[in-house]
Design a protein around this ligand. Structure first.
Ligand code: NAG
Ligand code: NAG
Ligand code: NAG
Ligand code: NAG
Ligand code: NAG
Length: 406
């Protein structure tokens, strides 16, 4: 294959002259995705991600196609264009054009970082009348939801969050270590979520619920026994730093014991990400909580654990009994559901918490120690079984017939 370098453009802008990719245009950002602030890039239907080929980030544009570059809001402009949005066309002769100019796309970053919006979708509900929320990126004409959240405002309880892992675009080792603080996004009207998640408040609340002889044994930060802000759609599942940052909302977390969050839950997140990146596939993922955690109080009674209460003393922000994930490959129509018992203090896992016959041994990517209670007791379900038995009624029928094996 021969190719010609256009010296008028950047040296990494290649034009293929033969084969199927004749006259296509290649956008190559090199080894990191960092023009000042990376823009949103989209086509007619969706966000287009650069492919990560192991060393470099590339978008291959077929001749006579266009991509829109933009910065999300009217006041955020593309550098060198000073416009909020610009159409970039691969002209049919291997040239990139924005209007009449051939731009240096590697410098087409935004003046400010791209910012998400939290949009409440009042015309639709996600399940049981609960609030349907998008954490999304808005252009002048489109909305590109990153995470869809189903949230019960009456209890300040998130039922699930849904997102997609773009395996071909993801460098699984590139996660920003500069974490923003969590935002309420207009929810949690009766208390401050940040306070409710503080270890001090957790100890006080759990002691009130279970008694002074139990509280300090249950909430023991030195042993990682406290409730973390357990990400539903995790930051590491996303490509761009502005997307990773957009996961930091209280509606996208549930209280999850830290020893589990940093134990089997983390191992599961990494295993799913590896599955998507190794196979270069898109995986649709739902993550949520089921039931309310009960702990034994000083009088031997099981009481439900909530992290907050409102002015009328109604309990709010329940801790889920079980955390779960459903992973779905729409192309191969395959799926699996993973359940993790959110209680490191159990001695035995009662049968009532086991919702299906365990098929973890059939899933080669489930490699963590599934039966360790302290790190998160795990079992796996066939999604067909889950859907026929109404175990996760908040998920509509995926039509997935096959187990997600590889
Ligand atoms: C294109 O922009 C990048 C980033 O600003 C810069 O490093 C590079 O030198 C530019 N290339 C040309 C040919 O101007
Ligand atoms: C837009 O991009 C998506 C994701 O890369 C792709 O699946 C789809 O075919 C593209 N649509 C058009 C009209 O090019
Ligand atoms: C990634 O793509 C670039 C540009 O086409 C190429 O030079 C590089 O060798 C590729 N890396 C791998 C690991 O394939
Ligand atoms: C992400 O959040 C960190 C921490 O607040 C901040 O320093 C960084 O600029 C943000 N990056 C983007 C692209 O939003
Ligand atoms: C346990 O029972 C005693 C006596 O009825 C009561 O005073 C106490 O509040 C109970 N403890 C809890 C945590 O409910």
């Amino acid at each position: 294959m021969t190719f010609k370098l256009f010296s008028t453009l950047t040296a990494i802008f290649l034009c293929f002259q033969s084969g199927d990719s004749a006259n296509s245009c290649q956008l190559n950002w090199g080894t990191n995705l960092l023009p000042a602030w990376f823009p949103l890039i989209w086509n007619d239907t969706s966000i287009v991600y650069p492919k990560y080929n192991g060393t470099e980030w590339l978008i291959e544009m077929t001749p006579k196609t266009s991509l829109q570059f933009g910065c999300g809001e009217a006041t955020n402009l593309l550098q060198n264009f000073l416009l909020p949005e610009t159409l970039l066309t691969c002209d049919g002769y291997g040239n990139l054009k924005a209007g009449l100019v051939s731009p240096n796309f590697t410098s087409m970053g935004c003046l400010n970082q791209v910012k998400e919006k939290v949009v409440h979708l009042p015309a639709s509900t996600c399940y049981n009348g609960y609030d349907n929320i998008d954490i999304t990126f808005l252009s002048a004409t489109n909305s590109f939801p990153l995470i869809n959240v189903c949230h019960n405002t009456a209890k300040d309880e998130t039922i699930f969050a849904q997102h997609t892992i773009h395996g071909a675009a993801l460098n699984p080792y590139e996660v920003s270590n500069r974490r923003p603080s969590f935002k309420e996004g207009g929810y949690y009207p009766t208390f401050t979520a940040d306070d409710a998640y503080s270890q001090k408040s957790q100890l006080a609340v759990v002691t009130e619920l279970t008694g002074p002889s139990r509280g300090p044994a249950y909430i023991d930060a030195a042993r990682s026994f406290y409730f973390a802000r357990g990400h539903l759609a995790p930051d590491g599942d996303f490509v761009h730093i502005y997307e990773q940052n957009a996961t930091y909302y209280f509606v996208n977390v549930v209280p999850q014991w830290q020893i589990i969050n940093n134990g089997n839950w983390k191992a599961m997140e990494m295993a799913i990400r590896d599955l998507a990146t190794e196979r270069q596939i898109d995986l649709k993922v739902w993550t949520g909580g089921l039931g309310t955690l009960t702990m034994q109080n000083e009088n031997g009674t099981d009481v439900e654990i909530y992290l907050a209460k409102d002015a009328l003393k109604n309990r709010r922000l329940p801790v889920p009994m079980i955390s779960w994930k459903v992973i779905h490959n729409p192309v191969s129509k395959s799926a699996a559901a993973i359940f993790m018992v959110n209680n490191p203090h159990l001695v035995d896992v009662p049968q009532s918490l086991i919702k299906c016959p365990d098929i973890c041994p059939q899933l080669p990517w489930v490699t963590w120690p599934t039966k360790t209670i302290q790190k998160g007791y795990t079992y796996c379900c066939d999604m067909k079984f889950v859907q026929t038995n109404g175990i996760l009624p908040m998920i509509s029928n995926l039509g997935a017939d096959v187990l997600l094996l590889v």
